[in-house]
Design a protein around this ligand. Structure first.
Ligand code: PEP
Length: 251
């Protein structure tokens, strides 16, 4: 049984003071009717404050980061290492988000190095993959997404793979208000699982959670979560509104 996993990606939003206000508000109304695993992924500058409040307020949510570098320390100005995240109590890290690929030129090769490093340092990766509208319209979405998956997981063994979450995020649906149809989203998630079962043992492929991401909101979450191969959601914009985030968790 895969425990549904809903993670909020705050992107470059909320100062640490705003993040604390958010958590106080969240705690005052927090409920998790479906027993999902919940994670919040704030910017680096808020991680410490968020962790303190999650602990103090006993909010049952995991802590995630939105990125990391693969080295443990050294002359890499502006970067954050897995050791630094681990020391702050970070459990998950989003890797390969399309915004990192688009604006910071991250390649599958770099994402692969980051995945290896996160696992070696005890942080579980949420690997994002997804196609552009152009690729989808050319009928090449499946090949593209499965190609990304294969390259990002190159050299990742069975034990390491068991720690993965995959987020299928069609780029044309991120922050646009357009959601993939449940059929399309579930179809791709099921092909991703099929590919995982070629790369790993069936048991491992069955246990890896596959999230959908792309304009998830209270009005579409329920339908998505009832699809056979969608095990959760990576939520951007709607995770910044306490009401919407709670409605999504309690779909
Ligand atoms: C995301 O940030 O991964 C995302 C899916 O964003 P949004 O929900 O805003 O489309």
């Amino acid at each position: 049984m895969r425990v549904p996993f809903i993670a909020g990606n705050w992107k470059m939003n909320l100062t640490h003071l705003e993040a604390m206000d958010f958590l106080v508000d969240l705690e005052s109304r927090f409920e998790n009717k479906n027993g999902c695993e919940i994670a919040v992924c704030p910017p680096f500058t808020s991680i410490r404050s968020v962790k303190t409040l999650l602990d103090e307020k006993k909010i049952e949510a995991s802590l995630g980061a939105q990125n990391m570098f693969y080295e443990q320390s050294g002359a890499y100005t502006g970067e954050i290492s897995p050791l630094m995240l681990k020391a702050l109590g970070v459990e998950y890290v989003i890797l390969g988000h399309s915004e990192r690929r688009q604006y910071f030129y991250e390649t599958n090769g770099l994402v692969n190095q980051k995945i290896k490093s996160s696992i070696a340092n005890g942080i579980k990766p949420i690997l994002c993959i997804g196609e552009t509208l152009d690729i989808r319209e050319r009928g090449e979405a499946e090949d593209f997404v499965l190609g990304q998956l294969k390259e990002c997981l190159d050299g990742i063994d069975q034990d390491a793979a068991a720690l993965l979450t995959i987020a299928y995020e069609p780029i044309w649906a991120i922050g646009t208000g357009k959601t993939a149809t449940v059929q399309d989203a579930n179809g791709m998630c099921s092909r991703i699982r099929g590919k995982l079962s070629k790369l790993y043992k069936d048991k491992t492929a069955e246990e890896i959670r596959i999230q959908y991401g792309g304009s998830v909101k209270p009005s579409n979450i329920s339908e998505l979560m009832h699809a056979s191969d969608i095990d959760g959601a990576l939520v951007g914009g709607a995770s910044l509104k306490v009401d919407d985030f709670l409605d999504i968790i309690n779909y």
